[in-house]
Ligand binder design. Structure first.
Ligand code: HEM
Length: 373
């Protein structure tokens, strides 16, 4: 177990700086314990990832850490087996690659219109562009932009702000969603939710889950593009997005509760244990990724270890929005191709909140007038 304080165990370090705590634990072995508010076990090997993510009956989401965030404490995120499978079957078709690809022209238009001239902060630019894309693709802009911005704002703040309950804000958002869902055009994602029982909760959760995750990844993507302009070459784009998702997995930590007594190798896992998997640790494991701290997209030309790359988790609970997020990120990369982009001043180190975020700011410069190549 990593170094702990007698009375509070690891809670203090967890609250202040969870990444060094996780890294210290990872140095002790592939599975290690933590003393948080309940008994906790963390692992990061591919075998552990398969164990935790492959059995939805044994490892439950309700009662895990995601319920601590009001933005995520509803809908599919809090639905467990067997209902989970049915709900995913209802949502998956609208989020599959092909229907998502149909949204591209709207995304291109938004990104092209937003291309900055001169110096800009990639963190706030990405946040704003992601909100505009969510608004257009989900609701055909029938949800008032200030409402969406106010609803998502807590997710941009440092902990514990995103964990505070906001019943008034949520009631306002739900009223706005109740008006926007029926008004949105048929070719928007809203159509997937409006006739679904509990669809209002589902769409609120989907937009929340898709916001800071996508925005933070986009900010890092632009930072690396500014440092290495060749990254925008068309044949490299999927690998570049993968390498950003590897080094900075917005979902740096996932959690489950054990529904009954179980074990992994010789480690006993009693019922009720909080069981964590960490894409952050898996993606920086030397055994899986040679020179893991280097930004090297070409590593994705090689075959990957099964359950060793999981920016969108894996198994039946794989991120609903993975095709959407990839489309947005690749579209942004393409839009900046041919632009002269450089780093002005930046701190790209990751810091862990509900999602992983750059310490920032990431001040970049796009030379005025430089356009798509
Ligand atoms: C780069 C962007 C994104 C990353 C890195 C990401 C990552 C993840 C991860 C790791 C999970 C699994 C969490 C867990 O159960 O342990 C997840 C679930 C989920 N994501 Fe994403 N996500 C991204 C974008 C999106 C977008 C754009 C949407 C919506 C359009 C979305 C909607 C969801 C939903 C609804 C779930 C819950 C799925 C379920 O429990 O069945 N995500 N995401």
């Amino acid at each position: 177990m990593p170094r702990a304080q007698p009375a509070i165990g690891h809670l203090g370090r967890w609250g202040r700086q969870p990444l060094p705590l996780l890294e210290e634990g990872a140095g002790l072995g592939p599975v290690f314990g933590l003393r948080l508010w309940r008994r906790t076990i963390v692992g990061y090997s591919p075998g552990w990832n398969r164990f935790v993510l492959g059995d939805l009956d044994l490892f439950r989401s309700r009662g895990s850490m995601s319920g601590l965030s009001p933005h995520l404490a509803a809908g599919i995120v809090q639905t467990d087996a067997p209902e989970h499978r049915q709900r995913r079957a209802q949502l998956n078709p609208s989020f599959a690659r092909r229907p998502i690809a149909a949204l591209q022209p709207r995304i291109v238009e938004i990104v092209d219109r937003a291309l900055p001239d001169g110096a800009f902060d990639a963190v706030s630019w990405s946040a704003s562009v992601t909100q505009q894309i969510l608004s257009a693709t989900f609701f055909g802009d029938t949800l008032p932009a200030p409402m969406l911005a106010a609803f998502l704002r807590p997710l941009d703040r440092a902990l514990p702000v995103p964990l505070l309950r906001r019943p008034v804000l949520f009631r306002r958002m739900d009223r706005a969603l109740a008006r926007a869902l029926p008004a949105a055009p048929e070719d928007c994602l809203a159509a997937a939710f409006r006739n679904l029982p509990g669809g209002l909760d589902e769409v609120r959760v989907a937009v929340s889950a898709g916001y800071d995750t996508t925005a933070h990844t986009m900010a890092w993507l632009l930072y690396h593009l500014a440092a290495q302009p060749a990254l925008a070459d068309a044949d490299q784009r999927p690998n570049v997005v993968n390498e950003v998702l590897r080094l900075y997995p917005a979902g740096w930590l996932g959690s489950r509760r054990a529904a009954r007594d179980t074990g992994f190798g010789d480690i006993a896992i009693p019922r009720g244990t909080l069981v964590l998997y960490s894409p952050y640790l898996t993606h920086r494991d030397r055994q899986l990724w040679p020179r893991p701290h280097e930004f090297r997209p070409r590593r994705f030309a090689e075959p990957l270890a099964a359950w060793g790359f999981l920016p969108f988790a894996a198994g039946e609970r794989t991120c609903l929005g993975s095709a959407y997020a990839r489309l947005v990120l690749e579209t942004v990369l393409a839009a900046f191709a041919g632009s002269r982009l450089s780093v002005v001043s930046a701190d790209p180190a990751p810091k862990a909140g509900i999602t992983l975020a750059p310490v920032g700011p990431l001040i970049l410069r796009r030379d005025p007038g430089s356009r798509r190549g």
